[in-house]
Design a protein around this ligand. Structure first.
Ligand code: FES
Length: 68
């Protein structure tokens, strides 16, 4: 089993669990509380990109998550 798990949430973000680093275009690290999962926006509406701020709910983001 991989150390990092990315769960594509139905109609929502990608939830990333595991030891990860997220950096900006200059290589500066975002602060991620140790041991916590993070939700990465995939709807494009978050005011806090790259993180999800639940805006997907208010815009009615419709994106299934079933793997094919
Ligand atoms: S997926 Fe939640 S705000 Fe975009």
């Amino acid at each position: 089993m991989a150390d990092v798990k990315i769960e594509v949430r139905a109609n929502g973000p990608c939830r990333v669990t595991g030891p990860i680093d997220i950096v900006d275009q200059d290589g500066n690290a975002y602060t991620i509380p140790e041991g916590q999962w993070v939700s990465i926006c995939r709807c494009g509406a978050s005011e806090n990109k790259p993180f999800c701020d639940s805006a997907h709910r208010s815009i009615g983001f419709d994106a299934p998550s079933e793997a094919h």
